[in-house]
Ligand binder design. Structure first.
Ligand SMILES: [Zn+2]
Length: 77
């Protein structure tokens, strides 16, 4: 998801849907269908623009990615 580059799962951030919100799940403990992407702003922007979240979560969306954005900015300044 995002740039679609192949990467080891350990390099990727798991994201799950909580209602209509995208939530980062760095420890991989949250239930539900997960989406994986690099925890960087470029990849997040791409994912949002390509509507990758509704596709990944098999839901109509749109999904709020504000919390995810803040998380990504914190881990990858
Ligand atoms: Zn990426």
């Amino acid at each position: 998801m995002g740039c679609r580059e192949r990467a080891a799962k350990s390099a990727l951030l798991r994201i799950v849907a909580d209602g209509d919100e995208c939530v980062p799940d760095p420890r991989g403990t949250l239930p539900g269908r997960g989406a994986y992407m690099h925890p960087v702003t470029v990849c997040l922007d791409l994912a949002v623009r390509r509507r990758a979240f509704p596709r990944a979560f098999k839901a109509k969306g749109p999904f709020d990615s504000a919390a995810l954005q803040r998380y990504v900015e914190r881990v990858t300044p």
